[in-house]
Design a protein around this ligand. Structure first.
Ligand SMILES: [Zn+2]
Length: 257
């Protein structure tokens, strides 16, 4: 079974010193591609290094996360945009970018950074990987005013009407470990066509419930996610993983070996 982790943060401090172990775990588990999402300039630079070191397995998505917009100076935004442009031949997506409803105090800055990143995705014809906690409706309304052709709403949770709009617009969504235990996420999985779906771990998150029980997230968790999706969709796990691998190749324009 070819497994895909379309959204993980390999440059997160929690993974420091564990990268070889994480890559080994991915290979043993049959994970054939990991898209490492950056959070700021420093993690952009590190994700590029990881993608170079583990090429054919690790692919970089570069951007500034809405949680970090308040910590960056004006220069960091420009430097990050320049870096993405300079590395456009190896960058596979702009991410993780988006808007977070819990950080309303920095709303204007979130909007500014998100807008600049979406404009860059347009210019470079790259997909956008989007964080939309509490802002999904707004983002799904905003996106048609941009010419971003490939959109991924990661860890889509609600509202369901935005899911249908997103699917109609041809967007993709990813789900991870909560697909095994969260009734809300299982409902999303039940309602999204498999042709618009990919798997993620969003590692190194450590607060997953049973059967993951708060351990440092490993790429091998993807197998349990695929099995949960197969159960919900009443399909063989092999067929689910095959469709996800196809979606991955189409969405990121990466040929799996
Ligand atoms: Zn993430």
């Amino acid at each position: 079974m070819k497994l895909i982790d379309a959204h993980v943060h390999l440059s997160d401090a929690d993974y420091a010193g564990h990268i070889d172990e994480i890559i080994g775990d991915a290979k043993n588990a049959g994970v054939v591609a990991l898209v490492t999402n950056s959070m700021d300039l420093k993690t952009c630079q590190n994700d590029l290094k990881l993608a170079e070191k583990f090429h054919e397995l690790v692919f970089p998505a570069l951007g500034i996360h809405p949680w970090n917009v308040n910590m960056i100076g004006e220069n960091e935004l420009e430097e990050t945009l320049d870096l993405i442009q300079k590395e456009a031949n190896v960058v596979k997506a702009i991410g993780e970018i988006g808007l977070d409803g819990k950080y309303e105090t920095v709303w204007e800055k979130q909007m500014l950074v998100f807008d600049r990143m979406l404009r860059l995705a347009e210019t470079l014809d790259l997909p956008a990987i989007i964080h939309s906690r509490g802002t999904t409706e707004k983002i799904v309304e905003m996106l048609p005013s941009y010419n971003v052709k490939r959109v991924l709403l990661h860890w889509f949770s609600y509202p369901m009407k935005s899911l249908f709009k997103a699917v109609d617009a041809g967007y993709f969504i990813t789900e991870g470990p909560p697909a095994t235990y969260s009734s809300g996420i299982r409902e999303v999985v039940a309602n999204v066509p498999l042709t618009n779906f990919m798997t993620e771990t969003d590692g190194p998150v450590t607060y997953w419930k049973h059967p993951f029980d708060g351990q440092l997230t490993k790429p091998s968790y993807i197998r349990k996610v695929v099995e949960a999706v197969a159960e919900i969709k009443k399909m063989p796990a092999e067929a689910v993983s095959e469709q996800i691998a196809k979606n991955f190749e189409y969405f990121f324009r990466i040929k799996l070996t």
